[in-house]
Design a protein around this ligand. Structure first.
Ligand SMILES: C[S@@+](CC[C@H](N)C(=O)[O-])C[C@H]1O[C@@H](n2cnc3c(N)ncnc32)[C@H](O)[C@@H]1O
Length: 282
């Protein structure tokens, strides 16, 4: 059975968690600027592994153990706290972006098998973590905006993964943007730019916390082009945390702006699926 690695068992922590929910302070969204020093970074070969992540895609990926060591060295409290508690995430502090989650493979595989047209598109990898989905889009000539709750994940995992795999470093700043912080304020951060609309918004393993469904959905609602598509990959149900596909699907259906369809389901292991959102005609 899939269960999130919370520090305390979810049942024990339930009542305490309910009280704490309201007190959570979400980090406001902001654009992360990358420096020329970061763009010029070189990585020792023992700092990354090269793996066939998807058919035809051998990717060099930064090693998570090395990153955690560095973050500890640089005193990144949120991640250290999660590591010390052997926890996959700590709500509103660290949201799990350091490791690569199962549904990323489902979504990546789906994009490639369905031959989704990504040339010259504007794509958002929402809750990107290591950024594999955005990386596929980038390598297929999209412009990609990567978003992760934790700026340290973007800096120490997402950006290095792009640098290790995208050879056109001179163009990284025109082809990629990076956003950290909470989804709720990401929608307002973009308020100055009403024209910012995406051809595709992809997201994987981001629906585990039902308290975040509304803010996640608002990004699709406000930022997908009229003829754009949203894809949500995730487990059918997240034991111990409470979120799941049906809940998210109901929220979308009730709002009435999108047609929502389950386009892929796993045949084995933990139940996983992919939802596709398409805007309804006005
Ligand atoms: C479990 S990780 C999944 C990472 C990656 N998509 C994957 O499949 O490997 C959840 C992702 O959602 C992001 N996230 C979760 N809650 C968020 C929130 N309230 N605001 C912004 N990002 C959030 C985290 O930063 C993280 O990137």
């Amino acid at each position: 059975m899939f269960k999130f690695g919370f520090a305390k068992s979810a049942t024990d922590a339930n009542e305490e968690d309910n009280d704490k929910k309201d007190e959570l302070e979400w980090i406001p969204a902001s654009k992360l600027e990358i420096t020329s020093e970061q763009i010029g970074a070189k990585y020792e070969t023992d700092y990354y592994t090269e793996t066939k992540m998807f058919p035809d895609y051998n990717l060099k990926l930064i090693r998570c153990d090395k990153v955690v060591k560095d973050l500890t060295k640089y005193n990144c409290q949120n991640i250290i706290e999660a590591e010390t508690q052997h926890s996959d995430l700590i709500p509103a502090k660290y949201e799990g972006g350091l490791k690569i989650w199962e549904c990323t493979f489902d979504l990546g595989q789906y994009i490639l098998e369905e031959q989704i047209e990504l040339k010259d598109k504007l794509v958002m990898d929402l809750g990107c973590g290591a950024g594999l989905i955005g990386l596929i889009a980038l390598l297929k000539s999209s412009t990609v905006h990567f978003q992760d709750y934790n700026a340290e994940v973007l800096r120490s995992v997402t950006i290095p993964n792009i640098l290790l795999n995208f050879n056109d470093r001179a163009n990284i700043l025109t082809k990629c943007e990076f956003y950290a912080g909470d989804w709720a304020s990401l929608t307002t951060l973009f308020d100055d730019d009403e024209n910012r609309k995406y051809d595709y918004i992809f997201t994987s393993e981001t629906i585990y916390n039902p308290d975040n469904h509304k803010k996640l959905y608002e990004i699709f609602k406000r930022r997908l082009k009229i003829n754009g598509f949203g894809f949500i990959a995730g487990k059918t149900y997240y034991f111990g945390v409470g979120g799941g596909m049906r809940q998210f699907e109901n929220l979308v259906s009730k709002d009435g702006c999108f047609d929502v369809k389950s386009v892929w389901r796993s045949q084995d292991g933990v139940n996983r699926e992919i939802l596709k959102l398409t805007r309804k005609p006005h």
